[in-house]
Design a protein around this ligand. Structure first.
Ligand code: PDD
Length: 287
């Protein structure tokens, strides 16, 4: 499916023709924010929540939102209409624009607004059935991890260390407590209870994280949001990763040791099914 059409500063155009200045502060300083919105059956999923999170990110970096939500919604729908494929992932990026290199914010500079579409690639059946191996590491990122900033060097370095170790992700700890993974949130299951770390400045408030907690509540699965010690993660019965693209994915080995019995656990299987049912009933529902 062709997903070649993007949007840049007021224009829809082929990705290969979209150009930004080398002085763009996104390029020079990583001075911008982004979002990734999944689209199911050509309908953006939880768009209002993604737009709210982007507004929070923009507020945190003191960059006025260049577009009202109605315009973001219109552009998102138009981007979907101009690209092929039923299930897409829509990427938004807003930077502080192009200006002479100087750390302080430029005055009177238009922000750069970019959107692109790609196929939404969710985990293959084999990964859902077997889970994935992860490693653990120290969360050395900055203290504004709740901001979906394009300054992702820390996340990229951490993710690459997982890839180098033949792992899918790196589960991160700061001061002895679980934060998240390089591009996903992390859930723990112990004695049948689903545990999630609280949303604070050390983790990205995942849209999928919210969905999983809502599904747990609706299905009356025991769950608790609280600080989780590194030792609890290492003794977990189950570990899950969540993100818009991974949905819910079981971690079956951590640092080379099996998690639980080394297979996706019963609570994971239940949650995975709830998520699929939810997708079928709510996300793919006729408009
Ligand atoms: N990443 N934590 C981090 C650090 C992330 O980068 C992501 C998602 C999440 C999960 O958030 P959500 O459920 O809203 O997708 C948590 C996206 C997919 C990315 O950077 O590509």
């Amino acid at each position: 499916m062709n997903t070649d059409i993007c949007y840049l500063n007021g224009q829809f155009l082929p990705l290969s023709e979209a150009k930004v200045s080398v002085l763009d502060r996104g390029f020079i300083f990583g001075d911008g924010v982004y979002e990734v919105v999944p689209v199911y059956s050509r309908r953006p999923f939880r768009l209002a929540e993604h737009l709210r999170r982007m507004q929070r990110s923009l507020d945190a970096i003191r960059l006025p939102n260049p577009l009202p939500d109605t315009e973001w919604t219109k552009l998102t729908n138009e981007l979907v209409a101009r690209n092929g494929g039923d299930d897409l992932s829509i990427y938004y990026e807003v930077t502080r624009g192009a200006a002479k290199r100087d750390h302080q914010f430029p005055v009177g500079v238009a922000p750069t607004v970019f959107m692109m579409a790609g196929p939404l690639v969710t985990p293959a059946r084999e990964l859902v059935e077997n889970g994935v191996p992860c490693i653990t590491g120290t969360d050395f990122r900055w203290l504004m991890c709740d901001v979906k900033s394009v300054s992702l060097l820390g996340n990229c370095l951490l993710k690459q260390s997982a890839v180098d170790a033949g792992a899918a992700e790196i589960v991160l700890f700061r001061d002895g407590y679980l934060t998240e993974a390089s591009a996903s949130n992390v859930f723990v299951v112990k004695d049948g209870v689903i545990l999630a770390p609280p949303k604070n400045h050390l983790v990205l408030p995942g849209i999928t994280y919210d969905v999983v907690l809502e599904l747990a509540a609706a299905a009356k699965l025991p769950h608790e949001v609280r600080e989780i010690r590194e030792s609890e993660v290492k003794k977990a019965d189950e570990l899950w990763l969540t993100s818009s693209t991974k949905e819910v994915l079981a971690v079956t080995a951590l640092d080379g040791k099996p998690v639980g019995d080394g297979k996706p656990g019963p609570v994971f299987r239940r949650m995975w099914q709830l998520y699929q049912d939810f997708k079928q009933q709510v996300m793919r529902r006729a408009a």
